[in-house]
Ligand binder design. Structure first.
Ligand code: FES
Ligand code: FES
Length: 160
């Protein structure tokens, strides 16, 4: 049954009337027109739909919107500050860590989640953390380079 709820997405509060059992992914794309978050499998198996909820990278196809209505949600559209890209976005661009780009928003958001909990991850940690996110183009080596670069960039900023 539909009901009114508040959502905080990319720092902005919105009110919408919807069924709380709809997926967050569906609401982001269809109601809020934030189409940077991608629909891949719809079954929590590919990671294309990853967003941040608070400090945690989650799969928006598997979250009911009613369960996240009081949390701060960040999508790929909310990462940059105006014209300034987030360090993870910058690193993916610099390393050319994409081919078709379909998995990229999810890869970037999952990387943000990783660097939030572990700013200097080992290669083993990067591989195990990113393992649930699938890139059909096989851009994995460049994605690894991008994550290493993002980690360096972010630690340079914090050590200044
Ligand atoms: S679309 Fe959500 S994990 Fe694949
Ligand atoms: S760049 Fe095409 S799916 Fe990853």
């Amino acid at each position: 049954m539909e009901r009114s709820m508040h959502l905080t997405v990319n720092g902005k509060q919105t009110t919408l009337i919807t069924d709380p059992s709809r997926s967050l992914l569906d609401v982001l794309r269809e109601e809020l027109h934030l189409t940077g978050t991608k629909y891949g499998c719809g079954k929590s198996e590919c990671g294309a739909c990853t967003v941040m909820i608070g400090d945690e990278a989650v799969r928006s196809c598997y979250e009911d919107v009613g369960d996240v209505k009081d949390r701060a949600i960040t999508t790929i559209e909310g990462l940059s500050s105006g014209e300034t890209l987030h360090a993870v976005q910058e690193a993916f661009l610099a390393e050319g860590a994409l081919q078709c780009g379909y998995c990229t928003p999810g890869m970037i958001m999952r990387t943000v989640g990783l660097l939030t909990v572990d700013p200097r991850p080992s290669d083993e940690k990067i591989i195990s953390w990113m393992n649930p996110n699938i890139c059909r183009c096989g851009a994995y080596p460049k994605i690894m380079n991008a994550i290493r670069r993002a980690s360096r960039l972010m630690s340079e900023v914090t050590s200044k």
